[in-house]
Design a protein around this ligand. Sequence first.
Ligand code: SF4
Length: 326
Amino acid sequence: MQKPLISLKNVKKYFPVGSGLFGKRDRWVKAVDGVSLDIYPGETVGLVGESGCGKSTIGRMVVGLTNPTEGEIYFEDIKLTDYRSKKKLGKNLQMIFQDPYSSLNPRMTIADIIQEPLVLHKIGTKKERRKRVDELLERVGLASHYGGRYPNQFSGGQRQRIGIARALVLEPKLIVCDEPVSALDVSIQAQILNLLKEIQEDMGLSYLFIAHGIQAIKHISDKVAVMYLGKMAEFAKTEELFNNPRHPYTKALLSAVPEPDPKLRNRERILLKGDLPSPSNPPMGCRFHTRCPMAMEKCKEMEPRLLSTSEQSMTACLLYKDKIAT
Ligand code: SF4
């Protein structure tokens, strides 16, 4: 049986926001509050939800940029916190950011930016590193002679290609893509998503793909995790999630997506009431009950657990617990 590449076990991340008597911390933002998730070699798991749902914090924990408050993350069966060398971990786990411009040093040439991880890891001679840079530039659809230019000489889409080349230079096993297309024009978004897919096929990489737009998630993911206020509302194979969404929050997210099929265009739009509650003071019971069009009295008190609702999906909603019981 195939083992997961990355495994999150009941992971929590709380950030302190206030202090009470004697400076004791008494308030916390529960950015991630008990998430378990496996990512297998060669697969893409999409993580979707509104801003503040905890998806980027999960991405940062997966690459070791921040440690969980509770719970464990395993990379190939070894706890991330047991890796003494961040460098060793960084070789296998890389990240692509939303704003490639702010993640590229404006004073460095593109060639120096891409080869910097090789220099830090003391890999290759100068000539070998430059050859690798040229190969990667071509792999991401840029001419190799662009290596001598600076980040401000490129468009947003080209800068994201440079960010991808830099993430690939150490031949990682998993890349966390944190909203990599959100800042790009729609036409460029498709090009970057296709490039990521081609690279995955060539190199057998895994992706944790984070986005607030569910269309990009659909295009690239094998499985999708829908997050709401630090918890997973639904986890399913992509086809199952889009054809048969179960959680009322997933249904609302999908109802907002423009439908290309004219027969389905009259689908009812589900408008969620109110704003996302604060993660420092999440609602009791089901966290979604303050906005859920299907909320029942018991949803204010009982917190639903993530349960299997089919062979290909899991849902955290009391509606489905009832269905299974009856
Ligand atoms: Fe809505 Fe209740 Fe299900 Fe939560 S548990 S999603 S409030 S129906």
